[in-house]
Design a protein around this ligand. Sequence first.
Ligand code: ADP
Ligand code: MG
Length: 286
Amino acid sequence: SIPLGYFGGIGAASRNGILFKGSDFLDRLRRMDTLFMDKTGTLTMGNFEVQGVHSINGFDRDELVQLAASLEQHSSHPIGRAILQHTNGQPLQSVARQQEISGKGLRGTIGNKEVLVGNRSLLADHNIRAHTNELQSPHTQVHVAVDGLHAGTISIADQVKADSGHAVRGLRDRGIGTLTMLSGDSQKVVDHVAGMLGLDQAHGDLLPDQKYARVEQALAADHPVGFIGDGVNDAPVITLADVGIAMGGIGSDATVETADVVIQTDQPSKIPVAIDIARFTHKVIW
Ligand code: ADP
Ligand code: MG
């Protein structure tokens, strides 16, 4: 039987916008000492904005944006939404054989052109070298290629949530030993965000199954391992972690469904709040 005190803990959590899917997770969260965190939408706002467009190989900047936006028109990825917002009402073209490559970007045929929009790794898969040097700026570079030729980059930026700083300090104060960010974004962007927040480790350029493998490696430890994320891609890792946490405020249904703990706002600082509730509940019971 479940000690009554657990119901008190779960109730207190729910009044704070934190949903526990069972009393086991209160216990695991209380003992958790390693936390993996997704970047986009979890620690950052996930509202990308275009900062600049740089075209090469004779392509026109408006043409570059139009091709990219046409490819992104049905994508729900925050990068796609930023590019679509940047078209200023330019008409989009129809796309044939559109394909989303998870953690990399999109490919499709527009008119008689083969178009790619995504990261360096997507271009490399098609034997295309990205020539533009990734500037020192901490922006995400979205590459566009047309018929095997690099056509340029769209530089986009996101903002770190002010609340992420509170979250990191709160987690440190509660003795969480290792805070690691996992992201599909480039290492340069990831290092910038991790530096601002003072995280222990930050791994970028990861495909969804590489994020999974990182968490899997950590599971051998004696203490429970947590993961917090918001995207559809994150559902498998959330299931894998001892404490899978979804940011439900903006998260996808899949992550909310598979999570052990759901934070119903966009505030990662609810994790230290949840830890306090878990620890207090334990004291009341034992
Ligand atoms: P995250 O770990 O930040 O959630 P994703 O796994 O969604 O990142 O994507 C990783 C990287 O793949 C992005 O930073 C971007 O470079 C590229 N990418 C993914 N989806 C798209 C898209 N729809 N358009 C352009 N680039 C994309
Ligand atoms: Mg994500």
